[in-house]
Design a protein around this ligand. Structure first.
Ligand code: AVJ
Length: 315
């Protein structure tokens, strides 16, 4: 793990346009900060998707078109704390659908907590957790031939550049059988005055989340980033529908990374790109789905039309 981390950091900081992979946000501190982000007044995404799962549960189930007499697998990629999913699980159980819930997450810790919580809150639910990187875990799905519903919520796909999202969707598609379904939660393209504050909250939690990358490099790779000499800078272009987060150097400075035995130069105003949060519409999603066998069946919106859960079918 640490050599992979080390190599990725070295690669990112050695490029002409510096970047760091957003997946490294999520250590214990990052997980805790992300929970705080989801509760921020500015971070509308989680609330909007919860609204869909809470108030349109029946519509989701109808769109999934599940045969109540046939066993199916409900698989969730990047399950997290399951707050939204529980709304769906409770209704599926009370309506006597025949299924197992299979949450997949990179964090074993998060999975154990989720399992414990589900066992008390929904005792009749069968939970089979799987730990792993969901890109890799997809291969394992093929081993069962039961009908499947895959949940990929929270606009997690937004963290992928379009080319990567296409590869991911193709891989997901090829691990499914015809008539299997996907529930894909995505943030929708909307105006800057709504999107930007979600990545630049007043309390500074998102800044701390972004800077957690530098703290991790300091701690785990024996580096000397002086956090006070950098700024948090989110940007959003409504025409392309992409939010990007940067860490900007406040001065000309050098940072030494002990584990790499290497010094990096930063110019005043130079940016490190740390995250992409893509926003979607039908056209963009269709271009991502184009080379896969997944097609849009329907789309469910929250009351403010900020967020969408698309139901996709494998053809
Ligand atoms: C979990 C990827 C959906 O991009 O909105 C929140 C992560 N980053 N605030 C997002 C995040 C900064 C989030 N996703």
């Amino acid at each position: 793990m640490n050599t992979k981390f080390q190599n990725d950091i070295n690669e990112g900081l050695s490029k002409a346009l510096k970047s760091l992979p957003s997946k490294y946000f999520y250590d214990k501190t990052g997980d805790d900060l992300f929970v705080k982000i989801m509760n921020l007044p500015e971070y509308y995404l989680t609330k909007a998707e919860f609204d869909i799962f809470k108030n349109q549960t029946k519509n989701i189930i109808a769109a999934l078109d599940i045969n109540p007499n046939v066993y199916f697998e409900l698989i969730e990629l990047g399950a997290g704390d399951g707050t939204k999913t529980k709304e769906l699980l409770k209704v599926l159980i009370s309506e006597n659908f025949n299924f197992d819930y299979i949450p997949i997450d990179i964090s074993n810790n998060a999975l154990k907590q989720l399992e414990t919580n589900l066992n008390t809150e929904i005792p009749n639910l069968n939970v089979t957790k799987k730990q792993g990187d969901y890109f890799n875990v997809l291969d394992g799905l093929k081993t069962s031939n039961h009908p499947k519903v895959v949940l990929f919520l929270g606009s997690n796909i937004g963290n992928m550049e379009d080319e990567k999202a296409k590869r991911f969707i193709s891989k997901l598609s090829s691990s499914l059988n015809p008539n299997d379904k996907v529930v894909l939660g995505v943030d929708l393209i909307k105006s800057k005055d709504i999107v930007l504050p979600a990545y630049n909250d007043k309390a500074g939690i998102t800044k701390a989340f972004n800077f957690n990358l530098l703290n991790r490099i300091n701690k785990e790779l024996d580096a000397n980033f002086n956090i006070d000499q950098f700024s948090h800078q989110p940007e959003y272009t409504e025409t392309e529908g992409i939010a990007r987060s940067y860490i900007v150097s406040n001065t000309d400075q050098e940072v030494h990374i002990g584990a790499l035995n290497k010094t990096f130069q930063f110019k005043k105003g130079e940016k490190i790109h740390t995250e992409i949060s893509r926003k979607y519409n039908d056209e963009i999603l269709n271009s991502i789905l184009e080379n896969s066998s997944l097609r849009i069946v329907t789309k469910l919106l929250d009351t403010k039309s900020y967020f969408a859960d698309y139901i996709l079918i494998k053809t």
